[in-house]
Design a protein around this ligand. Structure first.
Ligand code: GRF
Length: 214
């Protein structure tokens, strides 16, 4: 019997091009997931409109609508639980989640970060890679843990920094790679090849000691 589609929730804060790549992969029959929810901390996020266009439930959970940070995390946690998702995919989600929420989704929450982790955690990664004189740059898909941008990396897409690169051009090249690799890793999870066992990722029935590099 074919495996049922994996129920997935996606969190976005902005433009949502990675979300779009996931939606497109699903529409093309290349991603066996069931998008239960797209949620955003920003009601105006274009990602929410992309979800609605694709017929996916889209919800804003604005921090301003909650009494404090703890209440906002609880509201978001309740929405995720209620969605029936078994995997949460962060795609350009710009807020730090409370440790309790991250723990509740241990091994079931992925993020994409635009650098070759552990280099350049945090913001402005493209500018920082250029300033550091890095010869290689790229993007990392990792499991989310309480350590910001610090969870085990599943896959990295690497690309050379070219003479004359500026942060914007570099970001565009990195994002083009992201749109290729994020659906690939989510598909591994949906097909059961990527698992979380005893606090670490496993890929194809082996513990993943270092990221897949493409
Ligand atoms: C991506 O580059 C991702 O790595 C980072 O934020 C950006 C989101 O872009 N976390 P988009 O909203 O998916 O277009």
């Amino acid at each position: 019997m074919p495996r049922p589609a994996l129920p997935v929730a996606v969190l976005v804060s902005g433009y949502g091009s990675n979300l779009q790549a996931l939606l497109d992969a699903r529409a093309a029959g290349r991603l066996p997931v069931d998008f239960r929810l797209v949620a955003s901390d920003r009601p105006e996020a274009q990602g929410l409109a992309r979800a609605r266009r694709a017929g996916v439930r889209a919800e804003a959970v604005a921090p301003g609508a909650s009494a404090d940070r703890a209440a906002w995390n609880e509201a978001l946690g309740a929405l995720l639980a209620d969605s029936g998702a078994e995997l949460v995919v962060l795609a350009g989600f710009m807020r730090v989640l409370a440790p309790e929420l991250v723990r509740a989704w241990e091994g079931r929450m992925l993020n994409i970060h635009p650098s070759l982790l552990p280099r350049h955690r945090g913001l402005h990664t493209h500018r920082r890679a250029l300033e550091a004189g890095d010869r290689m740059h790229g993007t990392s898909i990792h499991f989310v843990t309480e350590e910001l941008d610090g969870g085990p990396v599943v896959l990295q897409a690497r690309l050379p920094v070219l003479p004359g690169d500026d942060p914007e051009g570099l970001a565009r090249r990195v994002q083009a790679r992201e749109h290729d690799v994020y659906p690939r890793v989510v598909r591994w999870a949906a097909e059961g090849w990527l698992q979380w066992r005893a606090g670490r990722p496993w890929l194809y029935d082996r513990p993943l000691h270092r990221p897949v590099v493409v």
